[in-house]
Design a protein around this ligand. Sequence first.
Ligand SMILES: *Cc1c(COP(=O)(O)O)cnc(C)c1O
Length: 401
Amino acid sequence: MADKNEKSNLDSTKLATNLVHGGRLRSEYCETSEGLFLTSGYCYPNAETAQARMAGDEPGFVYSRYANPTIKMLEDKLAMIEGAESCRCTSSGMAAISAALIAPCKQGDRIVAAKALFGSCTWILKNLMPKFGIEAEFVDGNDLEAWQTALSKPARLVLIESPSNPLLEGVDIRAIADLTRAAGAELVVDNVFATPLGQKPLELGADWVVYSATKHMDGQGRVLAGAILGKKEAMDEIFDSYLKHTGPAISPFNAWIILKGLETLELRVSRMNQTAAKLADFIADHPAVAAVRYPGRKDHPHYDIFQKQQSEGGSLIAISLKGGKESAFKLLNNLNIVTISNNLGDAKTLICHPTTTTHRTLSDEEKADVGLNDSWVRLSVGLEHPDDLIADFSKALNAAL
Ligand SMILES: *Cc1c(COP(=O)(O)O)cnc(C)c1O
């Protein structure tokens, strides 16, 4: 079928068009919406074809742990959006990030990472990789001298997150990319908080971008999904066999959900970001609040870094309460529209208290290292009307005074 319905290659370089049409792979039925190929296997017309397809001598799907048409549409769409040569999707964000850390490394390799990371990334680097002789060193994401020192010794990978979880630290991606390259290592950027709309790590010199598509890409809190993006040749070489044989494949159903989520990504994320900017300003002025961290606010300690590399302030806000944990709990318990949950990037505005939930396993020293204490809450702003969210916060912050 060599007609305009068949293939993905659109002429557009425009994000809005690619979010809707990118990766299109229509079947013989010319369906409008992406087909959901809920199948584990594929059939062959004869034994010769089976042999040729399994050997890779002939194109075609052979097994959904390797590839699937619905998943391929998602991978191609994400690659277009990110401006990457290649993408592989996985069953969760952590499946993508763990693959990105494990697959390239061998015994004796070294990884340098920023201290402020998603909790499970820290666990992998501290507890899993050393069992296989791969050591990690952690540095303050903003201390360029510390990066220089850490990268004066050979390293295989560097891992950073910007803005980071939960305190929204900014890390200078271009500066770290330059140091990484000079050290002969490769830079992996967890871009979940910024989203592909807000920040383009590959353009800033990163080698790999990883996502939890569970967050803004789904955007409605339904399914888990992850993605790794980067250069095609390296992707094929490093990740093809790893993903095929270890099997963190995404369900075609979940891939289809993310495909539908991506159609509205720009609309949702830009609305969330606008509301977050308003809400951050309101919250920062409240007497119960000691500090607000929002990348779009000039009082953020890393505002200059965000101005260089991130187009909007994002949908996440960190808030420190003057009254510490007691006040933070009162805030959470007195909110009505805003829901207590550790997820983020959802249409619903969600709030959590990191030191008793997402970051409860950090030692006191580790918390101090990233500046985290009981006074902080993390807010993920959703799609409700900003006036309602402000009213909800006004009432709950008054109760937290
Ligand atoms: C949620 C998240 C992850 C993990 O993704 P899952 O889909 O939950 O496995 C990794 N990094 C960041 C920054 C996240 O927010």
